[in-house]
Design a protein around this ligand. Structure first.
Ligand SMILES: Cc1cc2nc3c(=O)[nH]c(=O)nc-3n(C[C@H](O)[C@H](O)[C@H](O)COP(=O)(O)OP(=O)(O)OC[C@H]3O[C@@H](n4cnc5c(N)ncnc54)[C@H](O)[C@@H]3O)c2cc1C
Length: 413
């Protein structure tokens, strides 16, 4: 346990280091700057290195609101850049079973979500973090961590070192920081894999609607999800157990498959093709033994993407961690400082457990084990034209229960 009071700092020392300049680390930096706390971010990549792929497209309103709070105008800018679709359609074996168009909100509030590639979200966050005075050290790959009762010492591969009273680890799924302090991940890997293809808009852009197609006849009976984002759309094909991955991501296969899924004139450049398997795992603890090192985002939890909980819950972690560190630094009392950090770990791990359960339910729906669950989907698909609530169930089930663990309240100071 951390028993030392927070240390007094000289002006050029940093009270907090954030490891990782992904969406979660950048949000942590912004949230700290919003509380007037100096912060240095250590990032392994070079400044100009491009991260591949669309990854998290969907930014929830709770995240947009949080961005507005930590950097006024940022949530609105991201919302305006992204795409908000108003129509959702669900099909089963080529037949529509659900379609709804929602009215556009006209009250000036932020939209319920917006959709843009993660690289774009990161671009907005980086610009705001730098404007807010966060210091970013690029090409700083962390390779060693030593945490004691009053400080954490971080080493990077080129031999440089940093020390700070608190470290927020946002260095993603393979977190060197988490491994450095011996915190394990527990959970499981989902069966099967998905192929994800990002396509730029063609000459006639595809309409901005989200389409889920169960057992798509043109995709050999595989489930296909199509999600618009700013400038294009993503096709996510849920593969079968024994599908040959390389064949499905082969350019020739895609050339044949894509025009069967989307009107050819809507297909522009193929921007990214990837195949991935889902992990559903949680760190055993979100804070180390000393109470000086906090895990956030994918360093702490990995979820399948249904319901868009990965990045969005990481953003909420980042803000909660920044507030906990702020309280700890301001408390001037070791016991209260430690309580603030432990409270962070307790609350955000509980949120991650909720999110994990929700995506587990979604996963059980999309990859049913056993014939009973499979039959339920087939029956719903066949009967939905006569029983509309079955179509609604097919529409909603892949996103899991609607929980509010991503939202949070900022403390006021
Ligand atoms: C194919 C795919 C699709 C996805 N779809 C969705 C989705 O639809 N919705 C959703 O919410 N989420 C989705 N996700 C997950 C989402 O991308 C992650 O939740 C999000 O990137 C997590 O952000 P993060 O900042 O915690 O980690 P990351 O984005 O992984 O960022 C970690 C950062 O730390 C840096 N780093 C790593 N190691 C070190 C080190 N040793 N030293 C210094 N820096 C280091 C990395 O370079 C990186 O910049 C998807 C992911 C993938 C791969």
């Amino acid at each position: 346990m951390n028993t030392s009071p927070p240390t007094a700092l000289t002006p050029d020392e940093t009270p907090v280091l954030v490891v990782g300049a992904g969406p979660v680390g950048l949000t942590a930096a912004l949230a700290l700057r919003a509380l007037d706390i100096p912060v240095t971010v250590l990032e392994a990549r070079e400044r100009t290195a491009q991260r591949p792929g669309s990854r998290a497209l969907y930014v929830h309103r709770s995240s947009l609101r949080l961005f507005e709070e930590v950097s006024p105008g940022l949530g609105r800018d991201i919302a305006d850049y992204g795409v908000v679709w108003h129509t959702r359609r669900t099909l089963y074996r080529g037949r529509e079973v659900y379609a709804r168009t929602y009215p556009e909100a006209s009250n000036g509030d932020l939209p319920p979500f917006t959709s843009l590639r993660q690289v774009e979200t990161e671009r907005f966050l980086l610009k705001s973090a730098e404007s807010a005075g966060a210091r970013i050290e690029w090409s700083a790959e962390v390779c060693s961590v030593e945490a004691s009762d009053d400080t954490v010492r971080i080493g990077v591969v080129d031999g440089r070192t940093w020390s700070a009273p608190y470290v927020i680890a946002a260095d993603g799924a393979r977190s060197a920081v988490r491994q450095g302090v011996g915190i394990d991940l527990s959970g499981s890997r989902a069966e099967g894999f998905h192929v994800v293809i990002d396509i730029a808009d063609g000459l006639r852009p595809r309409s901005a609607e989200r389409v889920l197609h169960y057992a798509h006849p043109a995709a050999g009976g595989r489930h296909v999800l199509m999600v618009p984002f700013a400038g294009g759309f993503q096709i996510d094909v849920q593969c079968k157990e024994n599908d040959p991955v390389e064949k499905l991501t082969d350019p020739q296969t895609l050339k044949r498959l894509l025009p069967r899924l989307v009107a050819p004139e809507a297909i522009g450049e193929v921007m990214w093709v990837s195949q991935y398997r889902f992990l559903q795992v949680l760190a055993d603890r979100f804070v180390d033994d000393t109470g000086r090192l906090l895990l956030v985002g994918e360093s702490a939890h990995l979820f399948p993407p249904f319901g868009a909980r990965g990045m969005n819950s990481g953003i909420a972690d980042a803000d909660a961690a920044a507030q906990a560190v702020a309280l700890a630094l301001l408390s001037g009392n070791a016991r209260r400082a430690d309580a603030a950090i432990r409270s962070y770990a307790h609350r955000r791990r509980a949120a991650a457990i909720d999110n994990s359960a929700a995506v587990g339910a979604a996963l059980a729906h999309l990859r049913p084990r056993g014939t009973a669950a499979q039959t339920k989907i087939e029956l719903a698909g066949r009967l939905a034209p006569w029983i509309p609530r079955l179509g609604e169930w097919l529409e909603r089930a892949p996103y899991g229960p609607r929980t509010t663990t991503m939202a949070k309240t900022r403390i006021g100071y």
